[in-house]
Structure formats: structure tokens, C-alpha cells
Design a protein around this ligand. Structure first.
Ligand code: MSP
Length: 486
């Protein structure tokens, strides 16, 4: 199979629906969407998954506070998230919900049965601290004067029966797979952090908790007094969505192992340790690569609900549009490092590269093409060297997951065209030597038309519009990407 035909399966983590999504959260699906569109552009059979992590206690608490039934609250949030993603032009093939008994639960049960069949599930008594807000067990080291270091609330001391997963058994196999490059973690810095943590040795982890009638719980097969706990449920979404554990598993056969699973560095350990251990125990292949992005910071601190420094993506889109966000993420945030975001940064990037960049360039070239009656054949562009070269750039950038390099490459072409207009001044030349001016505009327009086609993964709404304006030789009624005055 050539690279071009290789299936491309990309996933985001599933989002907690216990509040609204902030700009930091929508970064992951935006990055994935651009990569998925690049894969489709080069003709790879592509599957893009996102969804919601609905089986959490926090959701029950929020629903109760709002006076709603849990499922009513979750259904509303699924609509809200769906609308937000749609507005961002996120082209996911599926939105998985972990409360979905038909799609998700069979995969979780199958996973549990496989772990149990491998002898990796055992019963034990847990004795220690538990933070209800984190929904996690805590060691003394995680607490400050008995309170959770993240939430500041007192952790309860609990003693209960749990089923444990033999995570410790997989320390060495995972280490070897990472070191051999079979299981890739990008970037190198995150890979080294994971390896350093594996060096300490993994400890077995609790995979179930006593069932107390929580809505939507997935009960442990063969022991209905326990329900499957957080990661055993949530991580399995990446394969349950493909039909794993059901007779309709064609997508699983076609798309697993994932080409790339994307997440922020705050949740890399679960994906680089628990998830591969589960897959190894279940006799399934590991994803080929984890792409771990940095965190968006606001005022120098991680943007997050608990910090209270969030920017609302809906408000920001009202100003710079969905494409202003997408462009900023692709071009102005380093994919693998933390990056500061603010309203001003979004607006200045929009003005510099969308309003003054592609938008202004498009208006000027279209106007000259139409008024000087410059002829060019859009259909013939696919046979040009530049088109072929940019197709290779898409494939190469996709292989390296180099979103920043890709957007820089395309926008550098726009900048170069801008410079050429300044240098050659075809609008002045036309008055004295119309044929030469027309030739210059033709060449500039050809290059612009080609480069614009390749900007589609980043600007999926405007690119088809621009292409149509050029093909129809028609000026847009409203200026493209009008400038924002701060
Ligand atoms: N539900 C878990 C994931 C389970 S996956 C089996 C979860 N959800 S989350 O809603 O809290 O986070 C979803 C994504 O948002 C993660 O990729 C996380 O890294 C990302 N981000 C949350 N805050 C972020 C920033 N400030 N910046 C960039 N991404 C951030 O974790």
C-alpha cells in the first residue's frame, strides 16, 4: 500500500461536558481537523473521531445543581458542543458519547473481558485518600494539609473493594516499544518525560469502584456490585467508536491502529501508559503515534476552568471568525510548546495574515484580473509544478505532523506574491505597457490560485468561496476578512 492509500485515523480526547469548552479545549479538535483535512486532501481514507466523556460524577453534580436529569443535561451539552464544533468547521466523522449503550458500552465490556482473560484484573481492597472533585485516588504526596492540591477540598479517607489492573506488568514492554520507535511519542521532550516516569516503574491501578446506583455506570461483567472506573471506560472510546466489541467492526479492522492520537500534555500519561498497557493486555496493536501538544496559556498560566482565566471560543469567533481561530492555532501557536493567547494576539494575527494577507491579496488580484481582462485557466493549474510540489508539501507535513511548517509555507507564498505586486506595480505598468502588466497579473493569479487551494485545511469556509470568485471572475460583495479595528 502506498502512503497515499494508507488509512488515516485521528482522534481527540473526549471532552468533559461538565461546563463550557474554552479556547484551550477547542485547540485540540482544531489541530486534528486541519490534519484530517490535509489527509483527505492527499486522498487518504480518513476517519476523525471526537466526543464526550460523559460518565463522570462531576456531570451528575452539575446536572443536579441546574435542576436537570443527568441525561437531559448531557443531551443539551452534546448539542452545545456539536454546534460549537460545527461553527469551527470541525469535520469529525463521529461524535462518540460514553453513555451510548449501543456504540460504546459493548467495547468497554469486551475490553474488560480481555484484560480479565489475560489475568490482569484482580480484586483488592483500596485504602487511602480520594478526591471527589478529581474523581481520583490520592497519595499523601498529592495532598496539602489533607486537601487536594488542585481543588483545595478535603480528600476523604476511604476503604473499599476495587478491581485492579496489573499496570506494573507493562512497564518494560511499553518502554521497549517507545525506545524501538514502534510506539512514537511526539515531541521528543514528552517522550523523554514518559520514559523517565516508566523508569520509576508503573504501579497497578484501580479500575473499578463500588456501584452506588450512579446513572450510566458500566457494571463490571460478572460482578454487578462494581462499576468500571474512569480510564477503563474513557480510553476505550477510541476503539469502541470503530465498532470494537460488536459484530459491526469493519471500521475497527480498517482504521485501527490509529495513525495519530492527539492530546494536551496534561493527559499524556494516561495515553502513554494506561492506554498502551490495556491494549497490550487485550492483544491489540498500539496507536502508531501520540501527538502531545502544549497548553494554551492566558496571563502566563494554563487556561482552565479551575484557574478562571478562560477565553470563550464563541466570543472570540464573533470577533475574528472561526477561521481566525483556526489560522492562529496553525500559524501562531507552536504545536508542541505552551503558547500565550489573548484577544489582542488573535486580532493582530487576523489583521496581519487574513485581512492584510490573503484577503487583501485576493481582492487586489481579482480586481486587476477582471478589469484588465486577464485570461487564465483554473483547470490547467493541477498540471503545474507548483501544484505537484504543494501536494508533496502536504504529504510531507502530514507525515511529520508539522502543522506550523505547513501554514508557514503556504502563507510565505502569499507574502511573496504581495512583495511581487509592490515590486512590479502592475497597476502603474498597465497604463504604459498593458500586455506586460497582464502577463504579470496572470502569473501572480496562477500562483495565488494554487496556493489558495492548499490553504483549505486551515480556511475550509473561505477557500471554496475564493476559488469560486476566481473561476466566476466576480468580486466578492463584502470584502474578504475585513480588517478589525482594535
Ligand atoms: N476527559 C478527559 C480526556 C479523556 S480521553 C480518553 C479530559 N477532558 S478535558 O475536557 O478536560 O480536556 C480535553 C482536552 O483539552 C485535552 O486534550 C486537554 O489537553 C485539552 N486542554 C485543556 N486545557 C488546555 C489548555 N489550556 N490548552 C490546550 N489544551 C488544553 O481531559
Amino acid at each position: 500500500m502506498t502512503d497515499q492509500n494508507k488509512p488515516f485515523y485521528i482522534t481527540t480526547p473526549i471532552f468533559y461536558p461538565n461546563g463550557n469548552l474554552h479556547i484551550g479545549n477547542v485547540y485540540t479538535p482544531s489541530v486534528c481537523d486541519i490534519l484530517a483535512r490535509m489527509a483527505r486532501m492527499v486522498g487518504r481514507p480518513t476517519y476523525f473521531l471526537t466526543g464526550a466523556d460523559e460518565n463522570t460524577l462531576k456531570v451528575n453534580q452539575v446536572a443536579k445543581a441546574e435542576g436537570k436529569e443527568v441525561m437531559q443535561y448531557l443531551d443539551e451539552q452534546a448539542v452545545n458542543f456539536g454546534n460549537l464544533f460545527e461553527r469551527l468547521y470541525v469535520s469529525n466523522d463521529q461524535y462518540i458519547r460514553t453513555t451510548d449503550r449501543e456504540v460504546h458500552h459493548p467495547g468497554v465490556i469486551e475490553m474488560w473481558n480481555r484484560l480479565a482473560a489475560s489475568g490482569d484484573i484482580y480484586e483488592s481492597e483500596y485504602e487511602g485518600f480520594y478526591c471527589a472533585a478529581c474523581e481520583g485516588f490520592k497519595t499523601e504526596r498529592d495532598l496539602i494539609e489533607g486537601a487536594c492540591s488542585t481543588h483545595g477540598t478535603t480528600a476523604e479517607f476511604i476503604k473499599e473493594k476495587n478491581y485492579y489492573f496489573k499496570l506494573s506488568k507493562y512497564t518494560e514492554p511499553i518502554k521497549k516499544l517507545i525506545q524501538s520507535g514502534e510506539f512514537v511519542i511526539t515531541p521528543e521532550a514528552r517522550k523523554n518525560e514518559v520514559l523517565a516516569h516508566l523508569e520509576e516503574g508503573l504501579t497497578d491501578t484501580s479500575f473499578s469502584r463500588p456501584y452506588k446506583g450512579q446513572p450510566n455506570a458500566i457494571l463490571v461483567p460478572g460482578d454487578e456490585s462494581q462499576n468500571i472506573y474512569v480510564w477503563g471506560d474513557a480510553l476505550t472510546n477510541y476503539i469502541s467508536a470503530l465498532g470494537f466489541g460488536t459484530p459491526e467492526d469493519d471500521n475497527f479492522k480498517k482504521f485501527w491502529p490509529a495513525t495519530v492520537q492527539v492530546m494536551g500534555k496534561d493527559i499524556v500519561r494516561f495515553h502513554a501508559e494506561i492506554w498502551p498497557a490495556m491494549l497490550l493486555s487485550a492483544g491489540l496493536p498500539l496507536p502508531k503515534e501520540l501527538l502531545v501538544h502544549g497548553l494554551l496559556l492566558s496571563g502566563g498560566r494554563k487556561m482552565g476552568k479551575t484557574t478562571g482565566n478562560t477565553i470563550d471560543p464563541l466570543e472570540m469567533m464573533d470577533i475574528v471568525g472561526a477561521e481566525g481561530l483556526r489560522f492562529f492555532f496553525a500559524h501562531d501557536v507552536s504545536l508542541t510548546e505552551d503558547g500565550e493567547v489573548s484577544k489582542d494576539l488573535f486580532i493582530s494575527s487576523y489583521n496581519a495574515h487574513l485581512a492584510n494577507g490573503i484577503g487583501n491579496l485576493c481582492n487586489r488580484l481579482l480586481k486587476m484580473m477582471i478589469s484588465y481582462d486577464v485570461q487564465f485557466d483554473p483547470e490547467a493549474m493541477k498540471d503545474t509544478n507548483l501544484w505537484k510540489n504543494l501536494t508533496d508539501v502536504v504529504s510531507g507535513s502530514l507525515e511529520k505532523l508539522d502543522l506550523n511548517g505547513y501554514s508557514a509555507h503556504i502563507w510565505e507564498i502569499f507574502a511573496e506574491l504581495d512583495r511581487k505586486i509592490q515590486e512590479t506595480e502592475p497597476f502603474k505598468l498597465f497604463k504604459v505597457d498593458p500586455e506586460s502588466a497582464k502577463q504579470i497579473v496572470k502569473e501572480l493569479m496562477e500562483k495565488f490560485y494554487i496556493a489558495v487551494n492548499f490553504a483549505e485545511p486551515i480556511l475550509p469556509y473561505s477557500v471554496p468561496k475564493i476559488i469560486k470568485h476566481i473561476q466566476d471572475r466576480e468580486m466578492p460583495k463584502d470584502p474578504l476578512f475585513s480588517k478589525i479595528n482594535i
